[in-house]
Write a protein that binds this ligand. Structure first.
Ligand code: ARG
Length: 477
């Protein structure tokens, strides 16, 4: 052994053979992804076991080595699960941590595991497996919130509130209808998450560094062993595709946008000015200085975290932009953001579900607001159209009536039939029906409209959509 080679003793990097100098310690730490990717340890072990079993079946490894590797990896997994695993930053990433511990534990057989594979296909495989699992968690969260919205829509069926455009009272709607609008947004989130799941559901393993390998690997077998639906067709694409993470980041971002919109309304509705809902104490905070305060902190926090998740999407888009084929170290930056996105969305879904399930719905305040905004004006004009008055003229007549009421501080509902007739003789004794808030709602019978019957039908549709989503979930769990 040459004198200089002695220095290499102790350099236990897995590529130590090629190198003459020790790695710079600070730079090694800079290049390490272990603190971020070690959460994928279960997937790393699963993928390594599948690889070893496949190598055994193909006659590349003998049965004794395969058994030693599979059992050894189980043992490594047990120490990680128990929290007794000795993490060492010199290992750089989860793949090296697991493999080097395995080799310390079982000796030479451990050194055979890496036959015909590369960390490039390993990291792509682990990340896909991990994201499939996490997407299932997110789908469960989405379904949970949809269930909460459905329950609230059910429990308060018949409650009327103002519907808004431009944040101005427009037409009365059922509170259930409003809740169901969020339900359907989440149904689309479900579809986006499933699309992200499907994008992740193909195996890159066996692509090795980029070009495939000379060993007789059976990619289909290892893919099936890991529960993938198939294999990725092109080895270069397999190691450098991160679209599945972009899809997931996008699905998370859109879902966060939906939660932020919902939270914005919960915040607004829980103000003294609105008073439509009262958030449970369990989902509110107080003020350290103002004794009267009850703040919707958590709804605000969900709204605030939306920016982070959208940022995670933009970060990954920028990381991937212009990267040449195949693997580049830039791609190590793929995980931190998407981990943050899924963690954040999962926590937000749980928080908003709790908030929605426990809030008090103040039906009286909603009704008062619904009667206060002249929202019957459209129906009153339609009534006159029914009496043969052209819509433009009817619009003008009702506009004048609204102006008069506004000046006198009255609502349209407070007008008697005689007062209506005095304003315009075409108003008959049944004109008060036109301004009745419940009847206004009930008349909106269009499919998807706010009429009681239409909303009931919509909720039925929602229930079967939810059952379909739950079936998807149980097929994956
Ligand atoms: N830690 C790396 C990552 O997360 C694993 C793949 C590294 N491959 C390589 N040739 N440096 O992307």
């Amino acid at each position: 052994m040459a004198e200089s080679d002695k220095d290499l003793e102790g350099n236990d990097a897995l590529w130590g053979g090629r190198f003459e100098e020790h790695p710079d310690e600070a730079t090694q730490r800079f290049g390490a992804s272990l603190p971020v990717d070690r959460r994928m340890w279960k997937q790393d072990i699963k993928a390594s076991q599948a690889h070893a079993r496949m190598l055994g079946a193909q006659g590349v490894l003998d049965g004794a080595d395969v058994d030693a590797i599979v059992a050894g990896l189980d043992a490594v997994g047990e120490t990680i699960a128990a929290g007794t695993f000795a993490w060492n930053i010199d290992d750089e990433d989860i793949h090296m941590s697991v493999e080097s511990q395995l080799t310390r534990d079982i000796g030479e057989a451990g050194g055979r595991l890496h036959t015909g594979r590369s960390r490039n296909d390993q990291v792509a495989t682990d990340t896909r497996l991990y994201m499939k699992d996490r997407t299932i968690d997110l789908v469960a969260g989405v379904i949970g919130l949809q269930g909460a919205l459905m329950n609230v829509a059910d429990a308060h069926f018949g409650v009327v509130m103002p519907g808004y455009t431009h944040m101005q009272r427009a037409q009365p709607v059922l509170f259930s209808h409003h809740m169901m609008a969020y339900f359907w947004m989440l149904s689309r989130d479900f579809k986006r998450l499933v699309a992200a799941y499907d994008a992740a559901d193909a195996s890159p393993l066996g692509s090795a560094a980029l070009a495939g390998t000379t060993y007789p690997l059976d990619r289909q077998a290892s893919a099936a062993d890991m529960g993938f639906s198939g294999v990725i067709a092109n080895s270069m694409d397999a190691v450098s595709d991160r679209d599945f993470l972009l899809d997931l980041d996008y699905a998370c971002s859109v879902c966060m946008i939906h939660l932020s919109r919902m939270c914005e309304e919960l915040i607004l509705w829980s103000t003294g000015e609105f008073g439509f809902i009262t958030l449970s104490d369990a989902y509110s905070t107080g003020s350290s200085i103002m004794p009267q305060k009850k703040n919707p902190d958590f709804a605000e926090l969900v709204r605030g975290k939306t920016g982070r998740v959208v940022g995670d999407l933009v970060q990954l888009l920028m990381t991937m932009k212009s990267l040449p084929l195949a693997y580049n170290k830039d791609m190590q930056e793929d995980k931190e953001g998407v981990f943050d996105a899924v963690d954040t969305l999962e926590a937000c879904l749980a928080c908003v579900s709790g908030m929605v399930s426990t809030m008090r719905v103040n039906a009286d305040r909603m009704r008062a607001a619904a009667e206060g905004g002249f929202m019957a004006a459209t129906d009153l004009a339609d009534y006159l159209v029914g009496k043969g008055i052209p819509f433009r003229k009817a619009h003008e007549i009702v506009g004048e009536l609204v102006l008069a009421c506004e000046k006198q501080g009255r609502t349209l509902q407070s007008l008697t039939a005689a007062e209506l007739a005095a304003h315009c003789p075409e108003f008959g004794s049944d004109a008060t029906n036109a301004v009745d808030i419940d009847k206004i709602v009930a008349r909106r019978t269009t499919e998807g409209g706010t009429g009681h019957e239409a909303v009931k039908a919509q909720m039925e549709q929602g229930r079967s959509a939810l059952a379909g989503e739950a079936a998807w979930l149980s097929s994956k769990e």
